[in-house]
Design a protein around this ligand. Structure first.
Ligand code: SIN
Length: 523
């Protein structure tokens, strides 16, 4: 089995597949102890949502997930997500993940926006992602059936007779243009999201949508790709990526204020700072557009407990010269999570044989148009386990042969030019930020289409730019088609939801190119 990506979904699936032989294409991640270099999982602060409290049940968690998703959550998927949560959390504990617990060993559960119960399992306060990744990496290194290839990067999926049989890869460390092929009986994409296609993001630089692009390029269906979630409170100190100020701070009672100490969210939504993410993010953006500076004031709600309860946020503030026990934290919205992705069923199967996907690159339908906080790591473990189960049961039993595999389109057209790559990526990020961000409209999206087409032409021989531009283009095209506002997709020219458009749009690159309609499915 070839797993492309070494975040929580990729590592968890590899561990579940043991003793079946698995190769993980980790693209640099294995060199840092918690995979922090390249996997956004390691950057997650809040934790994992799980209905484990006395006052909670999976069906209540499911109802909150559906309510947050603005009409597009697939109820069956949300049911699986929430009812399998406790079992997967127990497995993480078996792999050595030490969630914060009380003296009786019960999970300590925090609160985040749009959750009707306290249900966020956390680790050392705000270190959930980093600690889970550390434990999973330790387990992976102790599992002889798992081989890590950290010096290669996938640029294209390998196709044979309409199925996926592995990937074409290049070195990710030397400026070498040799394209190699890794063959596999089953291939799983777990490459993360698209946050790094935006100038302000909480995601690592590797989250450029390349996995989504490779699958779409190979003919796989994608869905809900117009829905991008912006986290309301990235720490605004000019760093790229922007460090997160976890939503758990607002769960503890931290408030959003302007430079005059005015609490503006109370005028916008009855839940104020704990309103759905898109509402809070747009509320902050409106204030910034009016010339205000926005701050997260944690002094009263968290106060002196800050360094111990939120060590990651505290360290990020300290690095910027801010003591959050004494001063409010400057914040701004940042691209954070992609609800859409490669369309998968409840076993993680894509629409092409031989290819599975899980984690942020995939779209199960669990998040609809707006993901509920701390459901992302949960989705990664629940559906990665299902992918592993399905691959285990249904993979072809014969070894793949290289005969008949389609030659990579990069074989004679690959350019290695890190400077041009960096310049063109900056341009994609600018175009996406200016035109396809928290607020879009027909004109801004047409401008983005035009600019991205030009960048794709200039970067046509650079696999990374070609894939990033394709991922950006999919978001633009589907955002153009959705003529309403819903969840993470807000169009200033169609500012309200339209019930007639409450459908999930399944699309392929070929249908897009032919100007055809999507396969629209009502959630
Ligand atoms: C956060 O800690 O605020 C992020 C959690 C999430 O995005 O689910």
């Amino acid at each position: 089995v070839l797993i492309i990506g070494a975040g929580i979904a990729g590592l968890f699936a590899a561990l579940q597949l043991a003793p079946l032989k698995v190769t993980i294409l980790a693209n640099g991640s294995a060199e840092s102890p918690d995979g922090r270099l390249n996997a956004s999982s390691a950057w997650a602060q809040g934790g994992i949502a799980v209905a484990a409290g006395d006052d909670d049940r999976p069906d209540i968690h499911m109802a909150d997930t559906i309510a947050a998703g603005a009409g597009l959550v697939d109820p069956e998927t949300a049911d699986i997500l929430t009812s399998e949560a406790n079992a997967r959390i127990a497995e993480l504990q078996d792999f050595g993940v030490n969630f914060d617990v009380d003296q009786n060993g019960a999970l300590l559960l925090g609160k985040e926006a749009a959750h009707s119960r306290n249900r966020i399992a956390h680790i050392n306060g705000d270190r959930a992602g980093a600690e889970i990744m550390k434990a999973l990496w330790a387990a992976v290194h102790a599992t002889p059936s798992i081989k890590i290839l950290s010096k290669y990067k996938a640029i294209e999926l390998a196709r044979k007779a309409g199925s996926i049989v592995g990937a074409h890869v290049v070195s990710s460390i030397d400026n070498d243009d040799a394209v190699k092929m890794i063959l596999a009986n089953a291939t799983m994409l777990a490459t993360g999201g698209i946050g790094a296609l935006y100038e302000t993001t909480t995601n690592p630089p590797s989250s450029k949508g390349e996995g989504l692009a490779m699958a779409a390029d190979a003919g796989a269906q994608f869905v809900d790709v117009e829905f991008v979630q912006f986290h309301p409170t990235a720490i605004d100190l000019g760093r790229d990526p922007a460090p997160l100020a976890t939503e758990a701070l607002r769960g503890e009672g931290a408030i959003l204020v302007d430079q005059n100490g005015r609490r503006f969210m109370v005028d916008i939504h009855p839940d104020a700072e704990l309103a759905p993410r898109d509402v809070v993010a747009r509320g902050i953006t409106e204030q910034i557009a009016k010339g205000n500076n926005i701050f997260l004031d944690c002094r009263e709600a968290v106060g002196k407990k800050f360094p111990e309860k939120f060590p990651t946020v505290h360290a990020a503030c300290a690095a910027g010269g801010i003591d959050p026990t004494l001063a409010p934290i400057p914040v701004a919205p940042a691209a954070h999570y992609h609800m859409g992705g490669i369309a998968v069923d409840n076993r993680g199967r894509t629409s092409i044989g031989g290819l599975w996907a899980s984690g942020e690159v995939a779209c199960t339908g669990a998040h609809g148009a707006n993901r509920l906080a701390s459901n992302s790591l949960l989705e990664a473990i629940v559906f990665a386990a299902r992918v592993a189960d399905d691959i285990y049961k249904h993979r072809p039993l014969t070894h793949r042969s290289g005969i008949g595999v389609e030659v990579s389109r990069w074989n004679d057209g690959l350019l290695v030019d890190p400077e041009l790559e960096a310049e063109l990526l900056d341009r994609i990020r600018r175009v996406m930020t200016e035109n396809v961000g928290l607020v879009r409209n027909n004109q801004s999206l047409l401008e983005a289409r035009y600019q991205i087409e030009k960048i794709a032409e200039m970067g046509g021989k650079l696999p990374s730019i070609s894939n990033a531009a394709l991922a950006a283009n999919l978001v633009v095209e589907m955002a153009l088609r959705r003529k309403e506002s819903r969840g993470g997709h807000y169009r200033s020219d169609f500012p309200t939801p339209n019930d007639a458009l409450r459908v999930r749009e399944y699309m392929t690159v070929d249908r897009l190119a032919d100007g055809q309609e999507s396969e629209a499915v009502t959630a």
